[in-house]
Structures are given as C-alpha cells and as structure tokens.
Design a protein around this ligand. Sequence first.
Ligand SMILES: Cc1cc2nc3c(=O)[nH]c(=O)nc-3n(C[C@H](O)[C@H](O)[C@H](O)COP(=O)(O)O)c2cc1C
Length: 331
Amino acid sequence: MKIGDVVIDPPVVLAPMAGITNHAFRLICRQLGAGAVWTEMISSFAIRYRNKRTFSMFDWTDTERPVAVQIFGGDPDAMALGAQVVESAGADIVDINLGCPVPKVRKTGAGSALMDDLDTARKVMAAVVGAVKVPVTVKTRIGPHGELTTAVDMARIAEDVGIVAVSVHGRTVEQRYTGNADWDIIAQVKGAVSIPVIGNGDARTPQDVRRMLEQTGCDAVMIGRAALGNPWLFKRSAHYLSTGELLPEPTLEERAETAREHLMMIVELHGESRAIREMRGQLSWYAKGLPCAAQHRRRVTEATTIEEMERVLVEMCMPRETDPHYSQEGE
Ligand SMILES: Cc1cc2nc3c(=O)[nH]c(=O)nc-3n(C[C@H](O)[C@H](O)[C@H](O)COP(=O)(O)O)c2cc1C
C-alpha cells in the first residue's frame, strides 16, 4: 500500500505512542518488519515557541524510514508551521492527531477536541496540507461517545481537503482505552472514502492482523500496545499475511538479545541514566510471559546500573531449571 508516494510494505505499521515510540523503539520495530513507524505526538505550539524538550523528540534518522511524524494542535497556523518544521527535519509523512483523549490536550482545542468541532478540524487539515509537500495523514477515533460516531464524516472531510490516508482507532474518546475496539466503524470508513484507511485497535496477533484486514477491508493495520516488548509481531504478521504460516514466537535468546540491543541504543543516544529510567518499563514488557517474569520485572525496576540490567537480561533467557531466581522464589 502507498501513502502518497511513500510505499508501506508490509501493510502493518507501528502506532504513535507518547513516551514510547522514540527512535530506538521505532528502529527495532522497523528492523523486525514494521512497514512504517509513527513518532509520538509532538505539540505544534511547543514547536512554534521552540521548546527545547520538544526538539529533543526530533530523533528520527534515515535508518528507520518511512517515518510518519505526528503533530497536534487546534490552531491552523501553528499546525501549518509545525508541519513545515517537521518536514524540513526529514519527516516522510506528516500525521495530524485527531484522537488524543487526554484532558490537557483537549483543553487546548487539540487532539480529540477536534472531533467535536469538524469545521476547525477541516481548517487544521487544510492548513497542514497546504503547508507541506510530503503526504499528510490523520489519525482519529470512531467518535466522541457511543451515540455519536463521527469517523465517517471526519474521513470524508479529510479526503476532501487532500489528506492522503486516514487511521481509525476503533474506540470512542469516552472509552479511552477500555472496552473492545469496534472494527465495524473502520469498515464503514473504508466504504465511505477512496483514500487508504489504516485500521487500529486490538490487533494483538498475526491472526488478528489478517482478520482486521479481511473484516474491515482496510489497507493496513496499525499496532500499538501489542508491540510493546514484542516487536517480532510485525515480522510474524507479515509472514502470516504472505504465506499463511505462523512463525514460532521468538526464543528466550532472541528476546534477551533484542532487549539488550534496545537498551544499548538508548545508552548510546541518551546516556545511562535515561536508559535505565526508560528501560525499566520496556524490559518489563520484554519479560512478560517468561518464567519468573514477576521477579525479573521487580529486579529490572530496582536496577540502578546498566550492568545490573544486563545481568537480569542474561538471567531472563536462562531455562527455568538453571535460573537461580526461579528456584529461590518460585514463579
Ligand atoms: C501509552 C500510549 C500512548 C499513546 N500515545 C498516542 C499518541 O501520541 N498519538 C496517537 O495518535 N495515539 C496514541 N496512542 C493510541 C495508540 O496509537 C493506539 O491508537 C491505541 O493504543 C489502540 O491501538 P492498540 O490496541 O493496538 O494499542 C497511545 C496509546 C498508548 C497506550
């Protein structure tokens, strides 16, 4: 599938996740088969006011292309400027956040607040499309709440103003991350527009990815939470889509090696203390489902040096009988 002239292959992509989809994680996901990766959302106001911390989020490199850089804001001029700045910093695609349910974001008229105000949403989209040469996409939810689904209207407006693809997370704003994603509305959006539609919400396995493509007719599937500690899901999904064969889960060694690579990439990019802070969460996800996961998670949380974290990783991939923490503490 293509977003503008950007080829997305395979049609399985990494969702934007604030605080998570930074360069290291995006690169790991690309290396393990994601067709494209989304950055976390970046504030157009913070870009306008040249906030230093915000510019540290401009961390994409050639190694991870194609990369969609997501921006948010409710002011068309600020969004146009934000889009130009991320384009000149090398974004392959500019994505507009039209779904963030966080009150702090909504209060500024951004994110999902634009789902309550389709006129302003149109202005924001048109301003961004007019400001850059790279393809512009949007990511939205199915509607503000159960009685009001606006995704079809939003997608029609998007197509009308020159947006080239729309991602739909199958939950309402009110639901935030609870309940199940409604894939029927994703199918309705697909039926209503001729631009590519990316389905999102609750794709957790290669079989889910195929089911979402088949049930909704969407052009690609976007994966968020299921990729945490499990970036192999992209490769396994792509393989399943093209052959119908389910690859085995990664071995303990593969898990530990990828987690170690992830850790070292953050050390190299940001230094030890940030790597330790960031990897506490990430390594807990990598440990999920392993023998002694709870013990490994606790030890990772308590680790204060890279050496300690590496030691946990080595032990994480030991078979259960040789793991000293298993025999001492049980599962
Ligand atoms: C921790 C976290 C941060 C997120 N940050 C963003 C974001 O910055 N922009 C966005 O459009 N969606 C964001 N989302 C929503 C995801 O992109 C995705 O739509 C949602 O998790 C549903 O997909 P999933 O079921 O595959 O996780 C975030 C979700 C989580 C869990």
